[in-house]
Design a protein around this ligand. Structure first.
Ligand code: MN
Length: 330
């Protein structure tokens, strides 16, 4: 069990007089958000950390799944058949295991620990993710979604594999930069809003301080080990939502712990998220579903003979757009 079994609202906030110009709305402190288990494909259960009722996004990060470590020595491992996406990027980062990405642009790309896959759906793409028959005994990683702004969300699909990411030592931390800019380094991954994703590996028990951007909101999760972030004990299974208005963040952790820092400028457009689609209205998402079921728009996944995943039925009520704090629109 995590140290906290429900969301804990903290009251510390940056005093108004130290707030930098242009940072008007400072979120009142951090919120610990316990994740919940969701089955993914036939053989995997993930911990869903975003979206949640109270906080739906960190910058444009709109979906955070943490899976494993699972013993898949006698099991297929990851097994997600062809399915569509629109309006988002998928960002895949493995700590253990191996998966083969195939998509409707013709890409067939294995991914292993230390490598990053970034798939941009634009208006539409289809892909599958499966561990090869011969795979390592453990499966462990994260899959994240990034909401695309206009006009990228209506644009072309793309896929990029990054095997060589910026890595450096910062005191007690080994930093691997997955997405965005941090400490003067820049990731090769292409994103469409100001965004950060960084793995922090704790090397020693001494406290560390990260320099943050006050115009970004941030969140932290522990992928393995244990840490204390902004004074809050953190273990795998929960996300610490940190809000905006900070220029630094204190943390310390057990040596060997792996943390994931996410950040970005607040994404102000309300989103309709349903199944594998991110849109702005019920009609957009319903059209994406109809196109997938009719074999339009998303193409055919290369070298994957498995039948495409059918979309579930739409709910009988209209899908509503929600803003990043959970407010309902339309
Ligand atoms: Mn997918």
């Amino acid at each position: 069990m995590p140290a906290y079994s429900r969301a804990v609202e903290r009251t510390e906030r940056m005093p108004a007089q130290t707030r930098p110009p242009g940072v008007a709305a400072v979120d009142p402190g951090s919120v610990l958000l316990p994740g919940h288990d969701v089955p993914l494909g036939r053989y995997t259960t993930v911990r869903r950390l975003l979206p949640q009722r109270q906080r739906r996004m960190i910058g444009a990060w709109c979906f955070v799944d943490h899976f494993g470590p699972d013993d898949v020595a006698e099991r297929p491992g990851m097994e997600v058949p062809p399915h569509p996406h629109t309006g988002l990027q998928t960002v895949t980062w493995l700590l253990d295991g191996e998966s083969l990405h195939r998509d409707s642009l013709g890409n067939v790309q294995p991914i292993r620990p230390g490598q990053l896959n970034v798939m941009t759906s634009g208006h539409g793409i289809a892909h599958s993710e499966r561990s090869p028959a011969q795979h390592p005994p453990l499966m462990h990683g994260v899959q994240l979604w990034v909401a695309l702004p206009d006009p990228a969300r209506a644009g072309a699909a793309d896929f990029a594999h990054h095997a060589d990411l910026p890595r450096w030592r910062d005191g007690e931390l080994d930093v691997t930069l997955l997405v965005g800019e941090f400490a003067g380094e820049r990731s090769p991954a292409v994103v469409h809003t100001p965004l950060l994703g960084a793995q922090l590996e704790v090397r020693g028990p001494a406290p560390a301080t990260l320099a943050l951007r006050p115009d970004f909101e941030y969140g932290m999760l522990v992928m393995s080990g244990a840490a204390e972030v902004d004074g809050v004990p953190l273990a795998p299974g929960s996300l610490l939502w940190l809000g905006a208005g900070r220029d630094r963040l204190a943390l310390h952790g057990d040596p060997g712990s792996l943390l994931l820092l996410l950040g970005g400028t607040p994404f102000e457009e309300p989103l309709v998220m349903w199944w594998n689609f991110v849109g702005r209205s019920h009609e957009e998402v319903a059209a994406a579903r109809e196109d997938w079921m009719a074999g339009r728009r998303f193409g055919v996944v290369a070298e994957d003979p498995a039948p495409p995943l059918p979309a579930p039925a739409l709910p009988s009520t209209r899908l509503k757009a929600r803003d990043r704090s959970g407010g309902v629109h339309g």
